[in-house]
Design a protein around this ligand. Structure first.
Ligand code: NHX
Ligand code: ZN
Length: 697
């Protein structure tokens, strides 16, 4: 099991503002407008097929001539649009049985004509000619002649269909397609909003932001800086009257989960000015130029509401250093967005009252231009919490837990969680509460917290994994190997427990409590490597065969050895040279900054260091064979062993001078047995020396 500090990198999940946006959007009662559209369409179609009002009855020429003209019953005729003759019957004739099919007009009938009959006609001339002929034939007096009027009437239905419904339908289809293309759903998913900024605005009332600086535990230095920023906005005169300029932006830098976003939220909660929050990835879209236009829009909005704060989370999404060799795997669109951001930051005056906060966990990869004076001219480093800060963070997160067991102690838990970030601690307390609830307990107890810590570091326990007895023995001996070696070595991390219960990816693990230190000495590194190789060494010595299980151990050891040689100047052959690239911009873009010869030397040195550590582990295990085997058997039996058990078997940890401290010459070209003899002699000597020289207190 690797130590907690290293493992911790896998557990960075700060709250992402994007998720929140999504949730709030879903919460809105979504009234389904499609239904209304559907009803309207059905209604209109219905109107087309079943017109309202009374449509006159259709008649043919024969009936018109013989039953209407002949009986002198026609009052007038209106020719509509040149193809339809509407016939009005004299009111005194309407009671005639011939006209019993006239529909009684229902109150004016929605713009329809109130004619009694109609007839389709071929042409006006022909129709009027025929009528004249018929009227002559039926002896019409000139005064009796049926009047013929003309009318052009627009068909409203046709008009509506061609000018309203059809275009509406087109627009609907078009919108639908673009909504899909724009990714649909999300806020601003509509095509019209594509260039708008997606910033979430928290207004002065700050109703949504309930975080203030009281909720931010630890981070004292960062808080001082950030409180000053709040002050800039509240009382700018205080700073400008002395001629000072208000900074434009500050960059929050720190590993994941350390509370960068939380700090920004606290600023929003305290500043009482509008707060624009968005994530760097919100600028990115598949359409060209969208990122830049979103930046523009964001700044436009911000300037309107100044004084205010803009917060850009995960700014590395757009702020990554622009490639030197353009258009080779570089992203033009991202560069445009970045350029726009740079221009906007330069563009507004220093005292315009807009302050930009940005968060990233990788300041090293950011473009230099972003960090020069006048842009993000302040960097606020947010580091992993130390012991005291973790204690405070535990206290903050334990507040909402209703009932705590009597033995739960934030101090103790802080000691158990070196290398944890604030987010990890939040996770631990929550997990502990869940574990307690699962067991139907009415309190969250210390053991629940410990189980939660194990879970966060190692993953889920997998008690039911099928492991053959032979494998079980291998695992037990492997872990006992780690335990034994690390117990004996003075500079190795102190062991808390060993277990052969599978958890997450690992089949077994040795858990250490790494010391909280800023510097690591060569001896500490070598001892740690030796302990890491103890597993494989035990497999080889006591099983005669080695397994794939040592993968993680070997990976860790190899990286460590490589770092010692090529970064930390800890090998004589390479000397005090470091090929570490802190700029992170691979300034040595053409391969390695050293010759092939040096590369070979590095490889040789790495191999030597690892081989020597391995030999050392084997020597130690050989010497402490009995203790190791006892440990292995006990592990098979109990599955978990704690430091007390190790002490019972192996005796107290060496706290004096370590008899096996690393010595370059002593191990070179010496086989194991030889080395063992020499070492044993040396221990005796050292012990004697120790007894003689160290004064007793
Ligand atoms: C596996 N894991 O993945 C199993 C579950 C020596 C008893 N096969 O050093 O758990 O064996 O001190 C492909 C091939 C991980 C992927 C081999 C992923 C090997 C942890 C290593 C305990 N404790 N090792 C340890 C462990 C493993 C691994 C692999 C893989 C073991 C060891 C993993
Ligand atoms: Zn191991």
């Amino acid at each position: 099991m690797s130590e907690q500090k290293q493992n911790n990198n896998n557990f960075g999940f700060g709250p992402k503002s994007g998720n929140k946006d999504q949730k709030e959007n879903d919460k809105k009662p979504k009234f389904n407008i499609t239904w209304i559209y559907g009803i309207i369409v059905i209604f209109i179609i219905g109107m087309m097929f079943f017109p309202m009002g009374n449509e006159p009855v259709e008649v043919m020429w024969g009936r018109f001539r013989n039953k209407m003209l002949k009986t002198h019953s026609v009052e007038k005729i209106i020719i509509v649009n040149g193809d339809r003759a509407e016939i009005y019957i004299k009111s005194d004739k309407k009671s005639d049985p011939d006209f019993s099919d006239i529909k009684t007009p229902s109150s004016s009938g929605m713009g329809m004509s109130s004619a009694d009959y109609y007839m389709k006609i071929g042409s006006i001339d022909r129709f009027t000619g025929q009528m004249d002929e018929a009227m002559d034939e039926f002896d019409y007096e000139p005064s009796e002649y049926v009047e013929v009027g003309y009318d052009t009437r627009e068909n409203h239905m046709d008009w509506i269909v061609s000018w309203v419904i059809f275009p509406l339908l087109l627009i609907g289809v078009w919108l639908f397609i673009f909504k899909r293309m724009a990714g649909g759903g999300g806020p601003g998913g509509q095509i019209f909003n594509i260039g708008k900024s997606r910033a979430k605005v928290f207004d002065k009332e700050g109703a949504e932001v309930k975080v203030d600086f009281k909720d931010v535990a630890g981070l004292e230095e960062a808080k001082v800086e950030i409180i000053e920023i709040v002050d800039f906005l509240k009382k700018p005169e205080k700073y400008t009257q002395l001629g000072g300029k208000i900074p434009k932006g500050a960059l929050l830098v720190g590993p994941p989960g350390t509370g960068k976003t939380l700090l920004a939220k606290a600023v929003a909660g305290e500043a009482h000015v509008p707060f624009f929050s968005m994530s760097g990835s919100d600028f990115v879209e598949m359409f060209v130029g969208v990122g830049a236009s979103r930046v523009r829009d964001l700044f436009k909005q911000a300037k309107e509401k100044a004084p205010c704060i803009i917060f850009i989370d995960e700014i590395d999404a757009i702020g990554r250093a622009r490639g030197k060799n353009a258009n080779f795997g570089s992203n033009d669109e991202r560069e445009n967005t970045l350029n726009q951001l740079l221009t906007e930051m330069d563009g507004f005056g220093t005292n315009s009252g807009v302050i930009i906060l940005a968060a990233t966990n990788r300041a090293d990869i950011l473009d230099r231009a972003l960090m020069r004076a006048g842009r993000f001219d302040r960097q606020i480093h947010v580091e992993l919490p130390d012991l005291n800060e973790r204690k405070d963070i535990f206290k903050v997160h334990m507040r909402p837990l209703k009932k705590l067991g009597p033995n739960v102690n934030a101090d103790f838990l802080a000691k158990q969680t070196p290398g944890f970030s604030g987010a990890d601690i939040a996770n631990v307390t929550n997990e502990a509460a869940l574990i307690a609830a699962r067991q139907e307990k009415d309190k969250v107890e210390k053991q629940d917290f410990l189980d939660a810590i194990d879970r966060i570091i190692g993953g889920l326990e997998k008690k039911n994994k099928i492991i053959s007895p032979n494998e079980k023995r291998t695992i037990a001996f492997h872990e006992a190997g780690h335990a034994t070696v690390s117990w004996i070595l003075e500079h190795a991390n102190p062991l808390i427990k060993v277990t052969i219960v599978p958890r997450g990816q690992a089949l077994g693990a040795a858990w250490y409590l790494p010391e909280e230190r800023q510097l690591t000495t060569k001896e500490q590194m070598l001892d740690e490597m030796c302990a890491a190789l103890g597993g494989r060494a035990a497999e080889e010595l006591f099983f005669g065969q080695i397994s794939t299980g040592a993968l993680n151990d070997l990976e860790k050891v190899t990286k460590q050895a490589y770092a010692m040689v090529s970064y930390f100047g800890m090998s004589e052959k390479i000397g005090n040279r470091s090929y570490y690239d802190s700029s992170g911009q691979s300034e040595y873009s053409f391969g390695k900054p050293y010759s092939d010869e040096t590369a070979r030397t590095i490889d040789d040195e790495v191999k030597r260091i690892i081989d020597e550590s391995y030999d050392r582990a084997k020597v130690l295990l050989n010497k402490y064979k009995e203790g190791h085997n006892k440990l292995g058997d006990m592990l098979l039996d109990k599955e978990v062993l704690f430091a007390e058990d190790l002490e019972n078997i192996l005796g107290p940890r060496p706290n004096g001078k370590n008899p096996y401290s690393f010595n370059d010459e002593a191990l070179e070209n010496v086989d194991i047995v030889d080395a063992e003899v020499k070492k044993e002699e040396k221990i005796e000597e050292d012990r004697k020396k120790d007894k003689d020289s160290t004064p007793k207190e």
